[in-house]
Design a protein around this ligand. Structure first.
Ligand code: ADP
Length: 195
């Protein structure tokens, strides 16, 4: 059975994590962030080191281990009763991040909507990422070159994923608004998708 899924989509700093954390507290919605899955790996896990190497340069971790990490995690959550594929909706944040990942996930996900948190002003994203580097001690947000690299990877590899899902599924929301206003717009889309 394919998993009913809504993708949280947008560039680094667009606010996917902020919205995902709030929305994940709604009953029947589960927020899963690929970045969090990587950051929660134990130090003994070799993928943890791979993650640090790639993320530290602002690059994507290779596709196969990324998809496997996510797959093992969701299987676990289904097994433990945290996610019920019959009744629940997955809010997937940070995945898929390129066309190859989107294809690898087609067999598993029933994507019913894509929430595209869109910001046309790059400077705002850079400011947010720099503020987060201090607050959350994030290596990949710490220097300007890495931030620029991450934004370039987003433009070149991640943004084209929107075409994979098509205009009918994509809902674009202005991510330069305050978190409350972004949430209001996101909830309007989610409410429509429920009917
Ligand atoms: P942000 O929310 O700023 O986009 P994330 O926490 O989602 O950052 O991701 C941090 C880093 O984790 C990425 O820069 C990348 O190195 C790695 N990563 C996360 N998701 C994926 C993915 N789907 N494929 C490859 N690498 C990923």
């Amino acid at each position: 059975m394919k998993l009913r899924t809504i993708l949280l989509f947008g560039s680094p700093g667009a606010g996917k994590g902020t919205q995902g954390n709030i929305l994940g507290s709604i009953p029947t919605y589960l927020h899963v962030s690929s970045g969090d899955l990587f950051r929660n790996l134990r130090v003994q896990n070799p993928l943890g080191q791979t993650f640090l190497d790639y993320a530290g340069k602002g690059q994507l971790v290779p596709d196969e281990p990324t998809i496997k990490l996510w797959h093992d995690d969701i299987e676990n959550r289904i097994h433990n009763g945290i996610f019920n594929p019959e009744t629940d909706t997955l809010l997937l944040d940070g995945l898929p991040r390129n066309a190859a990942q989107a294809q690898l996930l087609d067999d598993t996900l029933n994507v019913v909507g894509v929430l595209n948190l869109f910001c046309k002003d790059l400077d705002i994203m850079v400011e947010r990422l720099q503020a987060r580097a201090l607050r959350e001690n994030r290596l990949d947000d710490a220097n300007l070159d890495t931030i620029r690299n991450r934004l370039e990877v987003y433009e070149a590899e991640t943004r084209p994923v929107l075409e994979h899902y098509g205009d009918d599924l994509v809902h674009t929301i202005d991510s330069t608004q305050t978190p409350v206003r972004v949430l209001r717009d996101v909830l309007a889309v989610l409410a429509n998708l429920e009917t």
